[in-house]
Design a protein around this ligand. Sequence first.
Ligand SMILES: [Mn+2]
Length: 423
Amino acid sequence: MNSESFTNNRKAFIAKMETPSFALLFSGVAPHKSNDQLYPFVTDRNFYYLTGLMRENFTLLLVKGAKYESEFLFIEEPSDFATKWLGKRMSQAEAAAISGIKVENIRLNQELNGFMHAAVLSDSRKALIEMPKILYLDLYRAKPYQKPKSLQQANELITAYPELALKNLNDILYDLRTIKSESEIKMIEQAIAYTNIGIEALMANAKPGVNERHFDALFDFTIRLHGSEGTAFNTIVASGKNATVLHYEENNKDTVDNDLVLLDLGALSGPYAADISRTFPVNGKFTARQREIYSLVLDVNKKTIKKIKPGLTVAELNKFASDELAKGLLKLGLIKDASEVGKYYYHMVSHYLGLDVHDVGSYQRPLAPGMVITVEPGLYIEEEGIGVRIEDDVLVTENGQRNLSEAIVKEIDAIEELMAVND
Ligand SMILES: [Mn+2]
């Protein structure tokens, strides 16, 4: 992704800010794990969307007046000590090159408060720009006990300037993030390509007795070997009855002959996620019963994908998938009335995908070109120890849709053929 993408994202965001106002976004810091260890740092996705930067402890400040717009970035000061212990710090020139923010507008963290008060909020600047009336902060899921920086900043600024009105910047940003640009779609496609390689490695190395953890590790290993930064979310490898638990993450059971294995996993490409589910027989051959259930889910997966077009809502899509699954369950005699479908299918068929695996955006909004959604019908038959989910990642286009994960094996014959290399 080049700096132009991020410059465009900021332009689009600023265009929707009210006048006069300012916005603050933080890249975040790694959460504490234990003693002197931290969890890996994950860049705040809103911050990334507007800057392209994946560094800790950076702040973006956007200012909008009637005749004045400006963007400033505050970064960590490069020091010899930090460089020796933690590696090279990002310079102002590097941050400018990635984000497209002018280098003279990139300052050091210690200047942020003084700068904000002097340049943005000071009465003496009234002649130049209006005093902002609104402060935009990222308040989505900001819980007081987590002490997010957005709430700390809100408290400080609203105390000092009680005339400021607080607004949640996600109301603007989520709408923007829902529609993906060409370069974002390319990133998602790359994440899907890594995922494909990982899934093929798992199927090709499957045999009864292999522990779920082995598949989990092999997926991680394979995608990273091929260039992915790692997994986009905790990998689910669920064999046999475990596959009927939707978010099973223990991944520690030995598979047994005739188990189906349900994978729900995705690689990252940069900060962009793939989210794919595939289900396969650990011994390489579907039983007759497994074929019946699998074929039904596969059929609904394909029909639901075909249905996607601008104007439809996710709720309508879910209703369609649910009705189709119900028809199939009636035929198989698993239910006596369509209203019982909830016994075997009990989640939504789609969610947005992008910088977050469950990406942001309103589900009230009808589908529109540029949206990327998952399609993931499933059936979970606990009494038979069979769980099947088949999930693809689909781009909504002007005329319909394009299945971005078309290349990932899902036909019964193709799976059996791929797994036959084991024999
Ligand atoms: Mn999903």
